[in-house]
Design a protein around this ligand. Structure first.
Ligand SMILES: Cc1cc2nc3c(=O)[nH]c(=O)nc-3n(C[C@H](O)[C@H](O)[C@H](O)COP(=O)(O)OP(=O)(O)OC[C@H]3O[C@@H](n4cnc5c(N)ncnc54)[C@H](O)[C@@H]3O)c2cc1C
Length: 402
């Protein structure tokens, strides 16, 4: 029998749900990858919609949502179980309507949005009728790795707020219906920022371009650059109250970072599994590649890294369920760094182990690698997470044997 850590710490119900998601990804999502992605690139969303309808029909759509919104009310551990399976395909998260940034945005709106925003934006987002984006990062000298450089402003005018600024790397921004924009509302270092929901097509919202990047387009994942000039929103567009932006962004980003790790683990596991087949078949210097020790060393390192990443992710999910985002923060930084780096290494090694074919677009590794490389930068670069881990550890705030 296959030794499995996939069901580790999961209830029988979650294990069974996980098996259903895995089967759906194997049987429906992976075979449809090329067709759905190519059609989407031509502006034809019908194959994607068909896949989403199929997920809905077997009750696997938006499982992270509360039951009254059509989900299964999964906690973070539950998301771990399912998102790893969905992440085995770049298409998987969107097929189940659990993709970034929408899933993190749904979570944030559920906790903080006014009734008007919930009705206008959250409800259709949960039904996958629209998509969304999160606009925090700005070109230098604005907010990047250090959010305190925030330059975009929201200024009060009567009951409204008026937004001016410049954002980029707003993933999915160009196709989104609404944007969650971080803007400065005062000079207070802790409470000087607010999150505001903006209609993507409102007066004053200008899409400058999709920034050309290393990765190929994968569905809506394009990096929008926006200028906001005198964009007017009502008071009910502010999430969680004025001055809550930095706190809410942290609360959104810590679990969202972990859900990235879950998806990345799925992709790494699939890539390593694909290597196993080639290594068994390909004969070099008189024996299968799988019998060469240098290859075995690569395989063992990657398998160990994925397993460790899986355990780190589960531990951080458990921590998030039982305590608060602040306690989980150093663990989420450790996990994000570990999993982002292992993903890049596993894909790089998969290319290496497949030789020229691995480098070609006959196999998906090169494409996946170009997408995966952003993992070490987006949601905080490696160095910033390293800084957080060291700072919290040196302050005595990390129980390493938790
Ligand atoms: C594909 C992709 C998607 C993204 N999606 C979004 C999105 O949807 N919404 C959004 O708001 N942003 C998004 N981002 C932006 C991302 O969050 C930022 O790129 C990231 O926070 C780093 O900011 P920066 O690019 O401005 O780098 P900078 O702040 O200019 O930093 C440059 C480099 O300096 C180094 N560095 C920075 N600080 C330190 C330090 N303390 N110690 C040592 N070295 C340091 C790091 O190596 C870092 O990569 C995305 C980025 C990418 C690549």
């Amino acid at each position: 029998m296959r030794s499995s850590s996939g069901d580790f710490l999961l209830s029988p119900e979650l294990s069974s749900l996980r098996a259903d998601v895995r089967a759906f990804v194997d049987e429906r999502v992976i075979p449809a990858e090329d067709e759905v992605l190519a059609a989407f690139g031509r502006g034809d969303e019908a194959p994607l919609r068909a896949l989403q309808d199929a997920a809905r029909a077997v009750d696997l759509f938006t499982p992270h949502l509360p039951t009254d919104l059509g989900g299964r009310g999964l906690g973070v551990m539950g998301m771990c179980a399912l998102f790893r399976e969905m992440g085995r395909s770049l298409l998987g998260p969107r097929a189940f309507n659990c993709d970034a940034p929408d899933q993190g945005n749904m979570d944030l709106l559920l906790k903080t949005a006014s009734p008007a925003v919930r009705e206008r934006w959250l409800a259709p987002l949960c039904r996958a009728e629209i998509t969304s984006a999160f606009c925090m990062t700005e070109p230098a000298p604005g907010a990047g790795a250090d959010p305190s450089n925030l330059r975009t402003t929201a200024t009060r005018d009567g009951d409204d707020w008026v937004i001016d600024g410049h954002k980029w790397f707003s993933t999915g921004g160009s196709l989104a219906s609404f944007l969650i924009v971080m803007a400065r509302t005062s000079d207070d270092p802790r409470e000087g920022a607010s999150l505001v929901v903006v209609d993507r097509h409102a007066d004053g919202v200008e899409l400058l371009r999709d920034v050309p990047v290393m990765a190929p387009d994968v569905l809506q994942h394009r990096e929008g650059e926006f200028r906001f000039t005198g964009v007017r929103v009502g008071a009910d567009a502010v999430l969680g109250g004025i001055g809550q932006g930095f706190r809410l962004a942290q609360e959104r980003l810590i679990p969202a970072r972990l859900t990235h790790c879950m998806r990345w683990l799925g992709l790494a596991e699939r890539a390593l599994g694909m290597c196993r087949e080639y290594l068994a078949e390909r004969i070099s210097f008189g024996k299968p590649l799988a019998e060469h020790q240098l290859i075995q060393a690569m395989v063992a390192r990657n398998a160990t890294d994925i397993h460790a990443g899986n355990l780190m992710t589960l531990h951080c999910a458990w921590e998030l369920e039982r305590s608060d985002a602040r306690t989980a923060r150093p663990f989420s930084s450790m996990t994000k760094n570990h999993v982002a780096q292992l993903l890049c290494r596993v894909l790089d090694d998969a290319i290496q182990m497949h030789g020229a074919k691995g480098y070609s677009d006959d196999l998906p590794f090169a494409r996946w690698y170009r997408t995966a490389r952003a993992a070490r930068i987006a949601d905080g670069p490696d160095e910033v997470h390293t800084m957080v881990v060291a700072r919290d550890f040196l302050r005595g705030k990390v129980d390493l044997l938790a």
